[in-house]
Design a protein around this ligand. Structure first.
Ligand SMILES: Cc1cc2nc3c(=O)[nH]c(=O)nc-3n(C[C@H](O)[C@H](O)[C@H](O)COP(=O)(O)OP(=O)(O)OC[C@H]3O[C@@H](n4cnc5c(N)ncnc54)[C@H](O)[C@@H]3O)c2cc1C
Ligand code: FES
Length: 229
């Protein structure tokens, strides 16, 4: 949860994924400017202070080395996958890790060279035809599975705007894929105190009988089978 350290901008911090770790004591964030919270963060000058509470929440499952992983990202939804891809590569599993990266326009496929250097197999798509593949990231996923280039038994991990997540969830359910999603709900506190972030759960599923889960503490990453999305 991030906010400017000088009190500028909204008093409620905004949630972000940790993007990169550029030194032992330094992490970076990939932030798309939307409204007042992100505008205030973008206005911090180099060397300026910000308030950060981290780490919070539950991330993607760390799949065992022998299990293939297919990451599905849209726009700044790529943020949680850079370190994940590097960790898979360091564990010797780069060849069985795919990063499918999509955006409406190719200029929103951020830091492609960083991802290409992370050791996973990178496939990019944009709807304007500016990337190697024209279409959506779901088209990439469907084509890859239909052609046998992507393994059906992989763990499929998705992060991106809500429209992408809904399309991904529908596709994963139809194809019976083991899928995890990082949800982009609004958040207030980030640690379970304010109830700003509920998501309905599957009744009597692995999350228990309570019909709601808090995205900040029980997520933001959920197994698709556990939530009603
Ligand atoms: C767990 C998590 C991780 C995230 N990681 C990143 C990240 O790494 N990089 C990044 O750029 N963003 C990330 N986001 C989204 C980011 O938190 C929002 O874009 C930010 O809170 C917007 O704040 P704002 O005040 O600038 O805009 P607001 O005034 O709150 O909103 C401006 C516009 O954006 C829309 N909007 C705002 N927040 C969301 C949202 N969560 N989902 C859908 N639409 C929204 C609003 O409807 C409105 O139209 C993440 C969100 C979550 C929950
Ligand atoms: S953000 Fe406050 S309870 Fe989840």
């Amino acid at each position: 949860m991030l906010s400017p350290g000088n009190g500028d901008g909204p008093c409620i911090p905004r949630p972000f994924s940790i993007y990169d770790r550029t030194a032992a004591d330094r992490v970076t964030f990939l932030i798309q400017v939307h409204g007042p919270g992100t505008r205030a963060l973008a206005a911090i000058e180099e060397g300026g202070a910000y308030t950060c509470t981290m780490p919070l929440g539950q991330g993607f499952q760390v799949a065992p080395r022998e299990r293939p992983v297919v990451m599905v990202a849209g726009g700044v939804g790529s943020a949680p996958f850079l370190l994940y891809a590097r960790a898979r590569t360091a564990a010797g599993a780069g060849d069985s890790t795919w990063m499918l990266y999509g955006a409406r326009t190719a200029d929103r496929l951020y830091d492609r060279e960083l991802f290409a250097g992370a050791g996973a197999r990178l496939l990019c798509a944009s709807q304007d035809g500016g990337a190697e593949h024209r279409g959506t990231v779901i088209d990439l996923l469907r084509d890859g599975l239909d052609a046998g280039r992507l393994p059906q038994h992989a763990l499929f991990a998705a992060c991106g705007p809500e429209g992408l997540l809904h399309a991904f969830a529908e596709f994963a359910r139809t194809r019976n894929l083991h899928a995890e999603l990082s949800l982009e709900t609004y958040m207030g506190c980030g640690w379970g105190g304010c109830n700003a972030c509920p998501v309905p759960t599957e009744p009597n599923g692995p999350l228990g009988s309570w019909p709601w889960a808090k995205t900040c503490t029980q997520g933001p990453v959920f197994d698709l089978r556990t939530i009603r999305f």
